[in-house]
Design a protein around this ligand. Structure first.
Ligand SMILES: [Fe+2]
Length: 408
């Protein structure tokens, strides 16, 4: 991506053009993201040839929906072409309040009303917006396309689920291909990124070259990529923009069904407190209130398996503020409402820790990383009879297993 960075003179020209388009002073670049019309201020994109900076990446595991994102280098009007054959021909736009979301670079299209268990073929398209000439006239430039990819929606009331977990990649993008390859050709529904994909976040190029592109090369254009931040994604000057690229959630903590498994995703927040903007104790306490209400729901009570995904584990972590607070506010609820499993990372020391009476009545699984010899792939397979978790080290050896029988 280095050759696409603007020179200072190009950057100056771009800012002038940006100000003309967006109607703002040339002190920054304001545009509308595809994400619920949020207005964001962000570094100017590269100037030059119109290109897609990423292939499309998927997120969402609902049976009747898929969400697609991609990034172009120039402002565009974008859409997805989708169909059930290898020549997709139905155009889907992102529409809010009667008009198509456009004049942006980070594109999000939600494909709705899909058939359950159906294979779809799709490609994404971005038409460059050259100029807003008059109030009702826009000049468009070249339209560029991605390759054609396919995905298959989940089946309705699916009774099985297979997912993969990666954690603590820490800016080592080659690890994605290496670790996913350990799954061999076994089927999986999605990949859950369980935090600390980066050391800290400086700019968009880092998000693209260290995460999005390594993942689309391996799986993310065809299988959903769900991402929960770790404490290292709360570091660096670009961290406030992370949600624009990876999340469609209103909150960083949420629940979803994965076949027979009810999954609760918690945001364990920051570990240390010397950055001047730490409000995470309050944030975790707010989550704990939400968590208890979730655990009192009918959905939770009737779930065959109850799994928590969170970056910082409630036990076996560091004697640090964030870890201790996670243990204090979340673990009593995990015990009280009898969760089946916690899957975490953070410590860089992989381990499968069974329940310990008087401490935690649930198993704690911790994936390792980020250096060779410590990296892991976690595989979870659940069906009506059991949930089976396997942890594979980066040399291919199995270093941990855990089985939960349904109803136990
Ligand atoms: Fe961490």
């Amino acid at each position: 991506m280095e050759d696409q960075k603007p020179s200072s003179s190009n950057r100056r020209k771009f800012l002038i053009n940006a100000a003309k388009v967006a109607g703002v002073g040339a002190v920054g670049y304001i545009y509308f993201t595809g994400y619920k019309n949020d207005v964001s201020e962000i570094a100017p994109p590269p100037v030059g040839k119109h290109v897609l900076l990423t292939q499309p990446y998927l997120y969402s595991i609902r049976y009747n929906e898929m969400k697609v994102r991609w990034i172009s280098n120039l402002q565009c009007l974008s859409w997805v072409e989708i169909g059930e054959t290898r020549e997709p021909n139905q155009k889907i736009f992102s529409v809010t309040d009667g008009f198509i979301n456009a004049n942006n670079r980070i594109h999000e299209i939600v494909l709705e009303n899909l058939k359950a268990g159906q294979q779809y073929f799709y490609r994404v398209a971005s038409k460059q917006i050259l100029e807003f000439e008059q109030e009702d006239k826009i000049t468009y430039g070249e339209t560029i396309y991605s390759e054609v990819f396919s995905f298959t929606t989940a089946r309705q009331n699916q009774t099985e689920s297979n997912w993969l977990v990666l954690n603590d990649i820490h800016d080592t993008p080659a690890s994605f291909a290496h670790l996913i390859a350990l799954n061999k050709d076994e089927p999986f529904d999605y990949v859950f990124l369980n935090g600390d994909m980066f050391n800290w976040i400086d700019n968009e190029d880092q998000l693209i070259t260290h995460l999005i592109n390594p993942c689309t090369k391996v799986f993310a254009s065809q299988k959903p990529m769900l991402f929960q931040r770790g404490n290292h994604e709360i570091r660096g000057n670009f961290m406030w923009h992370l949600k624009e690229y990876f999340s469609s959630q209103q909150e960083q903590y949420f629940t979803f069904w994965s076949g027979p498994v009810f999954i609760i995703v918690l945001d364990s927040g920051e570990e240390v407190v010397d950055n001047g903007y730490d409000q995470f104790d309050t944030y975790r306490e707010k989550q704990a209130l939400w968590l208890e209400s979730v655990m009192q729901s009918q959905e939770y009570k009737t779930a065959r398996y109850k799994v928590v995904m969170m970056h910082i584990p409630p036990f076996y972590s560091f004697n640090a503020k964030g870890s201790n607070h996670c243990k204090k506010v979340f673990s009593p609820l995990f015990d009280k409402y009898k969760i089946d499993l916690v899957i975490s990372g953070h410590t860089h020391t992989y381990g499968v820790h069974p329940p310990v009476k008087g401490q935690h009545n649930y198993p704690v699984i911790i994936g390792g990383g980020p250096v060779p010899g410590k990296r892991t792939l976690i595989k979870v397979k659940a069906n009506r009879e059991q949930l089976y978790l396997q942890m594979i080290k980066d040399d291919g050896s199995v270093v941990g297993e855990y089985t939960i029988k349904a109803g136990s």
